[in-house]
Design a protein around this ligand. Structure first.
Ligand code: ADP
Ligand code: MG
Length: 250
């Protein structure tokens, strides 16, 4: 049994009087692919914002790889080994694919790399960009303007940008939203590939994707966890059927 890499303890988030995250406790195991599902408005994106440091918790703890990261800003959380994509595409549409990746790689290396004095730095950045292009299968499109790419290639690029910081944990919020069946299958395969050896938390509405990709699934309803388990356990859970999956099936 592998250790836990990300632990949420009684996490709560309120906006004014509205409790959006209610007492969420969850342990994500090192190396697993964990899907977060639940109806619209359940608080899935909010939970990701809390973990990534975009929102500060009202109460509770977030422990990443043994370090308490609750309340740290996103850049610090990223340096601790966690990267995320957003529900909305987060690339620079006017820049090329390679330029987008270059920016992400430079962000990881920090300020020193923005001053181009050392040829060795430049070489290292170029090598990392090439490696990322290969991982996301966009070598042949490196010099195309990102905004002109088909939608699924833009999502691949965004996944590449989350990989630039070489994160231990990756959060993807609805990466397949708006995709055709073929694009969804393609991107599912890509996600499986690039997250090998890492830990994935993914929000996804397509239940075929969720049940084939995830090692474990957590169901969130009205901001609270109602179940965590293997795909088989979740499929069989009467509570989940009643609160969510049954409703989807109808
Ligand atoms: P999901 O991603 O599961 O669809 P969200 O996390 O986006 O759900 O939203 C959960 C609830 O929290 C929604 O009712 C939403 O209106 C509310 N919410 C999210 N962010 C904020 C915010 N910044 N201020 C106030 N309410 C918010
Ligand atoms: Mg959402």
């Amino acid at each position: 049994m592998s250790r836990d890499i990300l632990v949420l303890e009684r996490l709560c988030k309120s906006f004014g009087p509205v409790e959006v995250t209610r007492d969420v406790s969850l342990a994500i195991r090192d190396g697993e692919r964990h899907a977060l599902i639940g109806p619209n408005g359940a608080g899935k994106s909010t939970l990701f914002h809390l973990i990534s440091g975009n929102y500060k918790p009202t109460s509770g703890r977030i422990v990443l790889d043994g370090h308490d990261i609750g309340g740290l800003d996103p850049a610090r959380v990223n340096r601790r080994g966690l990267a995320r994509s957003f529900q909305i595409t987060n690339i620079f549409p006017g820049l090329s694919v390679a330029e987008n990746l270059r920016l992400a790689v430079m962000r990881r290396h920090g300020l020193q790399f923005t001053v181009w004095r050392r040829v060795s730095h430049l070489r290292r950045v170029n090598a990392e960009v090439e490696e990322l292009l290969c991982k996301i299968r966009l070598e042949a499109r490196a010099h195309l303007v990102a905004g002109d790419l088909p939608y699924s290639d833009q999502r691949s690029l965004e996944i590449g940008m989350t990989l630039a910081s070489d994160p231990k944990v990756i959060l993807l919020d609805e990466p397949m939203a708006g995709m055709s069946h073929e694009e969804t299958e393609y991107t599912t395969g890509l996600i499986r590939e690039v997250t090998a050896g890492r830990t994935l938390m993914i929000v996804e509405h397509d239940m075929d994707v969720v049940f084939t990709l995830a090692d474990r699934i957590t169901v969130l309803v009205y901001g609270a966890v109602i179940a965590t388990g293997t795909p088989a356990e979740i499929r069989e859970s009467a509570r989940v059927k009643e609160a969510y999956l049954g409703e989807e099936a109808r």
